[in-house]
Design a protein around this ligand. Sequence first.
Ligand SMILES: Nc1ncnc2c1ncn2[C@@H]1O[C@H](COP(=O)(O)OP(=O)(O)O)[C@@H](O)[C@H]1O
Ligand SMILES: [Mg+2]
Length: 285
Amino acid sequence: MINDQAASLRDLTKFKNRADKMLRPVRRLAVTSGKGGVGKSNFSLNLGICLQQLDQRTLLIDADTNLANIDILMGIHPKFTLTDVILGDKFVKDVLIKGHEGVQILPAGSGVTEMVGLDHIIQERIDQGMIELETEFDFIILDTGAGIAEGVVDCAAGADEVVVVTTPEPTAITDAYAAIKVISARNPAIKFYLLVNMVKNADEASGVFKKIQLVVENYLSLQIDSLGFLPRDNYLIKSVAQQQPFVLLYPRCPAAMNLNMIARRLLKLPAPQQTGGSLFRKLFS
Ligand SMILES: Nc1ncnc2c1ncn2[C@@H]1O[C@H](COP(=O)(O)OP(=O)(O)O)[C@@H](O)[C@H]1O
Ligand SMILES: [Mg+2]
């Protein structure tokens, strides 16, 4: 009898959690850039940890097809990747790794974005796995590769929000604009944010943001919002060498302080409309 009551209480709680979840769907955020080496992976991993510390269940997908980086930044060696789902007998859930603070990592494995969309049955399996995963998280952060190659753009365009990372370098700025142009052409409903990394100070960051905002508004008729900036910080470089996330290793360093603010800002921003895109699916194949 008591067991019955406990069971029905558990069912009720489960139901309530599910109902809450339906009211507050997962936020699917891609992190991308035009130019490589601008700080996407460091930003993605450390943002994931900050969000998790703010009680947001976070899934971090390492979807850089060329340089699988998150594992190196964390000092871990994934046994399986999404490639084992595509080519082997694993399910998406089997491939997850529990990272710092409970953030979950899904290593995509090399070449995964080129392979998806090729086989209908595999695509179904990945889609089903992703749909199930989406119900269990508050945030999905997709760390993509750089550039405007098809796989990268498809991957980023499947999200609902995209953070474009740039540095103040002119080449990075030009390439960031190119990435925004291509991603918005693929998914016009996606919400854009800019993160300026490796800056000297807030003024430099705001100059870069204004430059990009001007061309994006004038030439693409799009809105882009600033998500903030990360200063150039030697502690971040040290943390990479030690294969530990900087927000945990040096929580008071300037980059960590800013990233914490960015995570809080992101939580306050209204979640955008779900664009109906699916991660790991070619949008218009
Ligand atoms: N805020 C920063 N301050 C100093 N160095 C940085 C910063 N962000 C990134 N870096 C440097 O850039 C390198 C590349 O960063 P990473 O996150 O791997 O870039 P991406 O994922 O865009 O290729 C890091 O290993 C680090 O040396
Ligand atoms: Mg990277």
